[in-house]
Design a binder for this molecule. Structure first.
Ligand SMILES: Cc1ncc(COP(=O)(O)O)c(C=O)c1O
Length: 466
């Protein structure tokens, strides 16, 4: 779907009364959820006593209560109640070969048994994995392993500041770059600024600002006003992995603006790497960042996987240990670059190459997205779907599309978010698990038959709408 059409449809949804489930259908969805997931509910009651809110995962399903997983394989998740869900959560994006991909599991278990998982000094997988990552991301002349996307984004802005000797960092409104103090700013819904930054002193945001999505002129103006901009950080597909779709050419224009102003461009490839394209957002949209940020997908879901990579001169500022007064971007991480994670990165990339996973998962996503649009049209719903290769978005209540500066739209955040929760529950009712009731990640195990079955189940859901 073309960008102009995406924007026209988002505007149509947010300026019209929201479509809801028929009350009796929603009641049925919730009643069946309670009945079919009784053990998950018990687990939640127990967890609540020890874990704040009873749930830790951002992407977990909290309505009417979170589910507990027992086992995952291929594109399936079995809950503690032995309900088998078709999984499009894919652990929040990193799984593209399918869960527990046997050849990868074998490599990792062998490594643990033969050499041990954590050594504390350099191991060969550290540079072998970096070399392989570089093969697909030639802009990364040097690579440093880290432990989470949040940490990698944190280091990326620090490196940009050390290298340029400037302080200002600009992000794009609505984008997510982890939960570090400075980047918990203007997340999810553009224009929300400090709304979710409780516990972070205001001065922390002195040098962070955001530009409205896809508005190159606004960004140009900010460059003029601020002058001393160290970097602009972008999510290549647009905010929230493309839930706020990026305008074609925008990323390239940002790059040019950065070059004109001697600022660095940081490309957050945490979701886009290998899922959007083997060479991530930068290859797909044809731009060259100075720093790239990698996260969960580089280790195919194995823990402690993240990295930053970039131009050699920029990356030469990255340092650890006791310094000698030189200009350097300090970083650390006891578990960073451990052999287990680096081997997972090395073998995951090898298997993604071998299986052509990016393309296969992308084909499944296109089939799903097209099928959804046919179903939505059949029921005369304003909802729509599009995909960025192996990431499918389906817009129903369009909470991320709200303009919070518009007095008639801002108060709708709560009900539109609630609808996405209802959608999440309706999908579970059909034995499907999605990302937050609005996104599907695909993998090589999502066959045509599985996709077509999903489309039929979404047809069932559409029949429950008013
Ligand atoms: C684009 C992007 N950047 C950064 C992060 C943070 O990564 P992590 O959850 O590993 O800290 C995420 C997480 O979903 C992400 O989607």
């Amino acid at each position: 779907m073309e960008y102009e059409e995406q924007i026209r449809r988002i505007n149509a949804i947010v300026t019209s009364p929201m479509k809801r489930f028929k009350p009796e259908e929603l009641r049925g969805i919730v009643e069946r959820y309670e009945k079919n997931h009784a053990k998950s509910k018990q687990a939640f009651e127990r967890a609540k006593k020890i874990i704040p809110g009873g749930v830790e995962h951002n992407l977990a399903f909290n309505y009417p209560f979170p589910l507990e997983s027992k086992k995952v394989w291929d594109c399936y998740m079995q809950t503690v109640d032995d309900v088998v869900l078709t999984d499009y959560l894919m652990c929040g994006g990193p799984i593209i070969l399918g869960h527990n991909y046997k050849p990868l599991t074998e490599k990792i278990t062998e490594l643990i048994q033969e050499i041990g998982s954590c050594h504390g000094i350099t191991h060969e997988y550290e540079y072998k994995a970096a070399e392989l990552l570089q093969k697909h991301f030639p802009s990364c002349e040097k690579i440093r392993w880290l432990q989470s996307g949040t940490e990698a984004d944190m280091l990326a802005i620090r490196v940009a500041r050390v290298f340029t000797g400037r302080n200002h960092v600009i992000k794009i409104g609505g984008s997510y770059h982890g939960w570090s103090d400075q980047l918990v700013y203007d997340m999810h819904i553009p224009g929300t600024k400090r709304m979710e930054s409780h516990g972070i002193p205001k001065p922390i945001f002195q040098y962070i600002d955001s530009a409205p999505p896809n508005d190159i002129e606004a960004l140009r103006k900010m460059f003029k006003e601020k002058r001393r901009v160290a970097a602009v950080i972008i999510e290549p597909m647009g905010g929230e992995s493309g839930a706020i779709p990026v305008k074609p050419g925008f990323n390239k224009e940002v790059e040019e603006l950065c070059r004109e102003n001697d600022a660095l461009l940081i490309s957050d490839e945490v979701v886009a790497a290998f899922r959007l394209h083997m060479g991530g957002g930068q290859a797909y949209f044809d731009y060259t960042p100075d720093i790239s940020v990698f996260g969960k997908i580089v280790g195919h879901g194995y823990p402690s996987a993240a990295a930053i990579g970039g131009r050699e001169d920029v990356m030469s500022t990255v340092a650890a240990g006791v310094g000698g007064g030189t200009k350097r971007a300090y970083c650390g991480g006891t578990l960073a670059a451990n052999p287990l994670t680096c081997a997972a990165a090395y073998w995951a990339i090898k298997f993604v190459e071998k299986t052509n996973a990016t393309e296969i998962a992308g084909r499944a996503a296109t089939r799903l997205s097209n099928g959804l649009n046919e179903v939505f049209a059949q029921y005369d719903l304003p909802w729509f779907s599009y995909n960025y290769n192996a990431t499918v978005h389906f817009q129903t209540s369009c909470v991320f599309g709200l303009d919070i500066t518009n007095p008639s739209q801002a108060p709708q955040i709560k009900e539109r978010k609630e609808f996405m929760e209802h959608m999440g529950a309706a999908l579970v009712d059909q034995e499907i698990i999605s990302v937050a009731g609005s996104r599907f990640y695909t993998c090589i195990k999502h066959t045509d038959e599985i996709i077509d079955e999903t489309i039929k189940k979404i047809d069932n859901i559409c029949q429950k709408v008013e």
